[in-house]
Design a protein around this ligand. Sequence first.
Ligand code: 6PG
Length: 255
Amino acid sequence: MYHQTIVKPNSEEVAIAATEWLIETIRESIAARGSCSIALSGGSTPKRLYQLIAENETKSLDWTLVTLIMGDERNVPHEHVDSNFRMVKEAWLDRLDPIASPNSVPHVLPVTIHVKAPERAAAEYEKLLKDTLSASNQNADDETPEIDIVLLGLGDDAHTASLFPETEALNESHRLFVANFVPKFSAYRLTLTAPMINAARNIAFLVCGPSKRPAVDVVLHGPRHPDEYPAQLIEPKLGRLWWFLDSAAATEVLK
Ligand code: 6PG
């Protein structure tokens, strides 16, 4: 498996390096297939990356060839302060000028939320992902469509996307996007499943801060207990895996 770790001195440098990598990887996808799909993550480092794109990268490529999907979402309306889509809008999309630069605006697929029916919201989004991604996949019969790029964060508890320790979604082997009840929040989250993430062509973790170091350590070096440390489920089938870390999050072995 292709696996590369990039360690930078601080979170700003991580966001800059991840932005450069992202632009390069989008260009590669467009050159190979004419389009690029990106699953977005919530969290603080990805947020900075979205801001950097809005500030510096709107002319770097034809963003109309890019489709943004939500890697995970909270079960709240889009206006809610916890909504990942709201964060992406504020950090990136609302700052674009579609009139002056129409090519700076990507295609965006937010999750249509039904607060009282998260399972329905997940099933509808799964269908939307299948329809959208199989249109750009060469092998349309493939059961699991391939996302070009998946961005991920890592929680202190080693969750990633909304795959939390000891939750149902960790056992999922067929579904692509599910509603996952998270007991510690007494709430549902909506999330890509591990098989869907693992089918991606490129996966990048963006992880910063000293509180993440034990999680980074156990995810990369074991012992292996994916029920307890869900990010251990992320092992791309054929794709490439990157870890962007700041030195506070990186274990000694990685520095
Ligand atoms: C979310 C995420 C989640 C996040 C991690 C890390 O919706 O919150 O997608 O998986 O990436 O909790 O978040 P930070 O980078 O803010 O620590």
